[in-house]
Design a protein around this ligand. Structure first.
Ligand SMILES: [Mn+2]
Length: 371
């Protein structure tokens, strides 16, 4: 993220106002009666030629990118971009919010950013928020404009689509595919009069942008989401983007390569019905471990699968899948570890410490002991 814009604008603020007000007399050529008026005018907090910082804070996945794309096609602004990987959901804390700042936040939960939001609002920033994740207690403030909808058949890009009266619908459809709302996205595409090939293209766009966001840090990703946002901005029409830019083709090839790498690892049998897959310490492993677990669950439905990818901090990311024939137990197993959670058929552990790996394998084998 480029910090230059924010630093320049911040430097032009209150300290210089104070110093100029206190030292104007010696240099003012006019009488003391008129000087204060002139200096008041010159010393406003935002001198001509500078603007207060504006920030676009967005999840780096397809939904965050496409939500931003719709908004900025409608109101073009070159704002400071604050983003990250899919798991980087505490983004607002990175914004040094001050009075007069305008902040737009997309596709991250209010609840996960509650303290940073309270700080920004108290500082006098204006915050507009579009999101579909669990939001917790509503935040009410005159300088806060929430557009929150947590119903299951929605994503942030569709909330923005509603806000804009459907004027950038194709981007919202791509995002819905990226957020795995496949049936809904397909229906919207049909209603928009898109053919099969166009619908497939939007699906590829959404899924590729979504895949790009997986990794431990932006360094793991094939494209920095902020750079992607700037590249998307040049195209009003997603089909023009797909024709002109190699991004989606590269991401599709990258995904295939990551998956092929994962398939070269050998499983560790944990019980007759449970297999663990230890991936090596590599960016591709951190990008693909969840998708690999989905592929294994589909291809080997008799087995439970645990895919473990090492994180740079020495812990493991774990993706758990129950046998497709008996889709249960993953949530309980994951929750036995402090950073675990998920659903019955599919769950995960965010950070499994190395000393807990044996205990995890024991519990995994016990839970899925028999075919
Ligand atoms: Mn989303």
């Amino acid at each position: 993220m480029g910090r230059a814009g924010a630093l320049t604008s911040a430097a032009s603020r209150s300290p210089s106002v104070a110093s100029r007000l206190s030292s104007h007399d010696p240099v003012c050529p006019l009488s003391s009666v008129f000087c204060p008026l002139i200096w008041h005018h010159l010393a406003t907090p935002t001198p001509p030629g500078t603007t207060l910082p504006r920030y676009d804070v967005f999840n780096g996945d397809a939904d965050g990118l496409c939500a931003l794309q719709q908004l900025r096609l409608e109101s073009p602004e070159e704002n400071e971009l604050v983003t990250g990987t899919k798991r980087d959901v505490r983004l607002l804390g990175r914004v040094p919010a001050r009075a007069g700042d305008a902040i737009t936040v997309l596709d991250i939960s209010v609840d996960a950013n509650r303290e940073a939001l309270a700080r920004a609002l108290a500082a006098g920033a204006t915050v507009r928020w579009f999101d579909h994740h669990y939001a917790g207690e509503p935040v009410v403030a005159p300088n806060f404009e929430p557009h929150i909808d947590t119903s299951p058949e929605i994503c942030t890009s569709l909330i923005v689509d509603r806000f804009l009266g459907g004027r950038r619908r194709a981007w919202a459809i791509a995002a819905a595919f990226g957020d795995n709302l496949v049936a809904l996205a397909t229906r919207l595409a049909r209603e928009a009069g898109l053919g099969e090939a166009e619908t497939a293209a939007l699906r590829a766009l959404g899924q590729s942008l979504n895949y790009n966001a997986y990794g431990d840090s932006v360094a793991d990703l094939r494209y920095d989401p902020a750079a992607l946002a700037r590249r998307l901005r040049r195209y009003e029409d997603p089909f023009d983007f797909l024709r002109a830019e190699p991004v989606v083709k590269e991401l599709q090839a990258g995904y295939a390569e990551d998956l092929a790498n994962a398939r070269r690892t050998q499983p560790t049998p944990v019980s007759p019905a449970a297999r663990a897959w230890f991936l090596p310490q590599a960016p591709w492993a951190r990008r693909v471990f969840g998708a690999f677990a989905n592929a294994l669950a589909a291809e080997q439905p008799a087995f439970a699968h645990a895919v473990l990818a090492p994180r740079p901090d020495g812990t493991w990311s774990v993706s758990l899948r129950a046998p497709a024939a008996r889709p249960e137990g993953c949530d309980e197993l994951a929750r036995a570890f402090p950073t675990g959670g998920g659903r019955k058929a599919a769950a995960g552990i965010d950070r499994l410490p190395q000393p807990d790996v044996d205990r995890f394998l024991g519990a995994f084998g016990d839970r899925y002991g028999k075919p």
